[in-house]
Design a protein around this ligand. Structure first.
Ligand code: ZN
Ligand code: ZN
Length: 173
């Protein structure tokens, strides 16, 4: 959904829509977001502030993501509010640095148009935690044989695994 910023003058414009699960296409096989469980509700308001535009948005829905430890698909509830400043790109590199320090969420728009779906896509990635886990105590995969240790015990010798994993194991037993 492409919005021409020139069409947003004194009155704010609202864009409320739902993106259906078939909207999401993972970027390659290792995309962390596999898809969506049901529609994603999007509420966006764009208004003008001087020479800039401000975009405020809210996303809510359920994602299907891949657990970082065991690589199995799991659900991740998404509920996120965000705010972006839309401004033309700065003329010089110097002013770019200034602006970045001033406001990290300043989003430069090269043209007068913004693609709301592209913005939503970006915000979905930003909403993910550093480590996505299917459950807090996910045991992950055996580093030697690749078995999913949540589902089975493998016969590999202990102590050769990832340090984080052996720590978890000693906690458990
Ligand atoms: Zn897991
Ligand atoms: Zn193993």
């Amino acid at each position: 959904m492409i919005i021409d910023l020139k069409s947003v003058q004194d009155a704010p414009r609202h864009f409320d829509f739902a993106l259906q699960p078939d909207w999401w296409h993972p970027e390659g096989e290792d995309d962390q977001v596999l898809g969506m469980d049901g529609p994603l509700d999007v509420r966006i308001t764009i208004y003008r502030a001087g020479t800039k535009h401000i975009l405020e948005g809210r996303l809510s829905g359920t994602l299907r993501v891949r657990c970082d430890r065991c690589l199995e698909p799991c659900r991740h509830d998404l509920s996120k509010e965000f705010r972006l400043f839309l401004a033309p790109p700065p003329a010089t590199a110097e002013s770019e640095i200034e602006l970045e320090q001033e406001d990290l969420s300043l989003d430069f728009v090269v043209s007068d148009e913004v693609d709301l779906e592209e913005i939503v896509r970006e915000q979905i990635y930003f909403s993910l935690p550093m480590k996505v886990l299917c459950k807090e105590n996910c045991l992950g995969l055996c580093p030697s044989c690749g078995a999913n240790l949540n589902l089975e015990k493998c016969g590999c010798p202990k102590g050769e695994g990832h340090p984080e994993f052996s720590k978890l194991k000693s906690l458990k037993f």
